[in-house]
Design a protein around this ligand. Structure first.
Ligand SMILES: Nc1ncnc2c1ncn2[C@@H]1O[C@H](COP(=O)(O)OP(=O)(O)O)[C@@H](O)[C@H]1O
Ligand SMILES: [Mg+2]
Length: 363
């Protein structure tokens, strides 16, 4: 096992910088997920760690040792790709042991390691098959077997579940997590799927346009996003953002929404809002922080439902505030339809105040 450190790691293609001097410290045995939208630089970062992509500047260290100039095969890492990259003409056993045979590992040792790897991944009965005789999930397991058998210091995964259907993806996600708890090898896992990121990671690294927006454990990303980007990216449906003016009178501080409805800021949070009195700010509210109430109050909104989506456990009710689409996640209301007036409470202890100039979440 090993730690992995990225120091001012940069990738540029001629004048075009795709990875902007990122710093990241990954502890021995940690499961780190790089998440972000397509094109944000996740694969490029992973491939620089693997040695499959040249490093423009900065460095990659594995267990404190600079590996910039080492070949992929010299870095003691194993990588699993989205497309599995299995050899179609080789059996499962030969695919898994390919790397060991290449390194002229002894037959007895290969057999022993194959047996153990197949057991861990539940592949014992499939060892004689060819990849085309396997399901997508089984192929993915073979690809993992090929990485696992080498007993590397670091596992790198690039969107390994993206080609699987939704149900299998959840199952494989659980298997990867179980595998890591049994064999806690340092792992860097790339995905664009925030649910995968949240469920798998010890810490999530949110990337945007070649930069790191935030590094934090999943719960913290959800409750304390550092930037508007993270606030909007983590959570489904995503956070609602309102242009709001902070207003104060003798009694209290409130936020005024674009349709002139106001919500009062609770006493515990006035210190955060007060310095921004009179200013145009952005306020973020998660869909789950709305709830239906019978009576109007100082922290309620009057709305009229647009689209209503009953999901069973809860209901997504869409509505508009000054023409802006807003979505709320409500307790199920049997028979709730579009065009129904509702009074919604906003949990003001949970709203986020965002500085529109920097897009940073304050407080
Ligand atoms: N060979 C290349 N030349 C120029 N730009 C590239 C090259 N390879 C990747 N890029 C750019 O680098 C950025 C990051 O790509 P990538 O790391 O694949 O993103 P992700 O894996 O997050 O989807 C993208 O904007 C992509 O267009
Ligand atoms: Mg990618």
């Amino acid at each position: 096992m090993a730690s992995v450190t990225l120091e001012k790691l940069r990738k540029s293609y001629e004048a075009f910088v795709t990875i902007h001097d990122i710093d990241l410290d990954i502890a021995d045995g940690e499961f780190i997920v790089l998440v972000g939208p397509s094109g944000c630089g996740k694969s490029t970062t992973l491939r620089m760690i693997a040695g499959l992509e040249t490093i423009s500047s900065g460095q990659v260290m594995i267990d404190g040792k600079r590996v910039n100039d080492l070949q992929p095969g010299e870095r003691d890492i194993a990588m699993v790709f989205q497309n599995y990259a299995l050899y179609p003409h080789l059996s499962v056993a030969d695919n898994i042991t390919f790397g060991l045979r290449l390194r002229k590992t002894g037959k007895a040792e290969i057999d022993e390691r194959l047996k153990r790897t197949a057991e861990i991944l539940g592949l014992q009965d499939l060892l004689g098959r060819k990849p085309r005789q396997l399901s997508g999930g089984q192929r993915q397991r073979v690809a993992m077997g090929r990485a696992l058998i080498r007993n590397p210091s670091v596992f790198l995964f690039d969107e390994p579940l993206s080609n699987l259907d939704a149900k299998l993806r959840v199952q494989m996600r659980t298997e990867i997590k179980e595998l890591h708890s049994r064999i806690p090898t340092t792992t860097v896992y790339v995905t664009h799927d925030q649910i995968e990121a949240m469920t798998l990671a010890d810490r999530v690294v949110v990337m945007n346009k070649g930069r790191i927006e935030q590094i934090a454990p999943p719960e913290e990303l959800y409750s304390n996003p550092a930037t508007r980007f993270v606030a909007g990216f983590i959570g489904s449906p995503g956070m609602n953002f309102f242009d709001a003016t902070i207003v104060a009178d003798e009694k209290e501080i409130s936020i005024r929404l674009p349709d002139n409805q106001t919500l009062s800021v609770p006493g515990t949070r006035t210190e955060l809002f007060r310095p921004h009195t009179g200013k145009a700010m952005v306020v973020g509210v998660r869909p789950e922080h709305f709830s239906v109430v019978a009576k109007e109050g100082r922290d309620t909104l009057k709305i009229e439902t647009a689209l209503v989506e009953p999901l069973g456990m809860d209901t997504l009710a869409h509505f508009k505030i000054a023409g802006l689409d807003v979505v709320s996640r409500l307790m199920p209301i049997p028979g709730l339809k579009a065009n129904t007036p509702l009074t919604l409470n906003v949990d003001m202890s949970k709203i986020h105040l965002i500085d529109p100039a920097s897009d940073r979440v304050l407080g």
